[in-house]
Design a protein around this ligand. Structure first.
Ligand code: KDG
Length: 339
């Protein structure tokens, strides 16, 4: 079991039921989410000692979000409650044939967005941790949170704690405050040991263009450029998604190492998708679980892809599945996982 610290915003998702449009009927379903919180829940359910660091509103909504984390086994001692501030929300209408899913963020001025670097004593929060996980969503929320993330990854590196970074580029959030996404995300990449990023994330931070037609070849070219630029980066993981229809995707995955290791999980068919939100976070948690548990690269990428695939069958943002459930899915694919 490894000790993991996750830093990010806890969001409430207000989702239109089924495949309805937003507010088509006067009902919305509430789930707790947030990219880094999703990773925290998955890792806790996979057996790790996970602590969340965040800031929530000191009201019933904030307390519900914290209780949901606690219910899934995530430590919440590092979650601050601030009276008078609000929770960040997002509204979701799940797509259907010929209609893309729609996400509407309503998170400006949230308790988390209003937090600042001085609110977190990183040396204490990271004490005894093996890994810090952050994502590109947080710095997109404003200058103060961006500074907090930069401080957190620098503190982790100084303390010898591995840094995991999911690029999670959200253009609409960056546009709101006008931050220099490329420069800020590049600084965070520079401290990362493990990155979850596709060629678009790397193109943004390095100002390069990868013209390969093939998705796997593009990822490999992007990873090579990332390893050449970021001296601490040891692993880069990425999924390749092909959308057949709104509820039928094909998902493959690649795990590349600085030392030339290359592991690929063959694409899985995902028919009958229940909920794809958080699939990337479940994949990230699966990869982190593999690396932290000492699986080899092959075992890790198969486990990561199976964990990500499983999320597509689970409603809500969280993917609270045990290792045995992921292994059961892997067994169906005949993959070889050594433990
Ligand atoms: O990766 C899943 C997240 O997108 C979801 O939980 C909400 O954090 C969120 C975001 O910023 O979209």
């Amino acid at each position: 079991m490894s000790r993991v610290v996750c830093f990010g915003e806890l969001l409430l998702r207000l989702g239109a039921p089924g495949r309805e449009l937003l507010l088509q009927t006067p009902q919305l379903q509430v789930h707790v989410g947030g990219a880094e919180a999703n990773v925290a829940v998955s890792l806790a359910c996979l057996g790790h000692d996970v602590q969340m660091v965040s800031t929530v509103a000191g009201n019933a909504l904030g307390r519900h979000a914290v209780a949901e984390l606690r219910r899934h086994g995530v430590g919440v001692a590092g979650v601050r409650e601030v009276e008078g501030d609000r929770m960040g929300l997002y509204f979701l209408a799940t797509g259907a044939v010929q209609r893309a899913s729609e996400v509407v963020y309503d998170r400006a001025g949230s308790a988390f967005a209003n937090s600042s670097a001085k609110d977190h004593a990183w040396p204490t929060l990271l004490s005894g941790a093996h890994l810090l996980h952050v994502s590109g969503v947080s710095p997109a929320l404003g200058a103060n949170v961006a500074e907090t993330v930069r401080g957190a990854v620098r503190a982790a590196r100084a303390a010898g704690v591995q840094v995991s970074f999911d690029g999670n580029y959200r253009p609409s959030l960056w546009r709101r405050w006008g931050g220099d996404a490329a420069a800020i995300l590049r600084e965070i990449f520079a401290e990362a040991d493990i990155a979850f990023a596709d060629h678009r994330d790397i193109e943004l931070v390095l100002g390069l263009h990868f013209p390969q037609d093939d998705a796997v070849a593009r990822t490999e070219a992007a990873a090579a450029a990332a390893f050449a630029t970021f001296p601490h980066l040891q692993w880069l993981a990425c999924t390749q998604r092909n959308v057949v229809s709104a509820d039928h995707h094909i998902l493959g995955a690649l795990l590349l190492g600085r030392d030339g290791t290359r592991a690929q999980a063959p694409p899985r068919l995902l028919p009958g998708i229940v909920d794809r939100i958080g699939g990337g976070d479940a994949f990230a948690a699966g990869i982190l679980h593999g690396l932290l548990s000492g699986l080899d690269a092959e075992g890790t990428v198969h486990f990561g892809l199976a964990a990500g695939a499983l999320k597509h069958a689970i409603p809500g943002d969280f993917s609270p599945v045990a290792e045995a459930q992921v292994l059961a899915l892997l067994g169906n694919a005949g993959a070889d996982v050594r433990r």
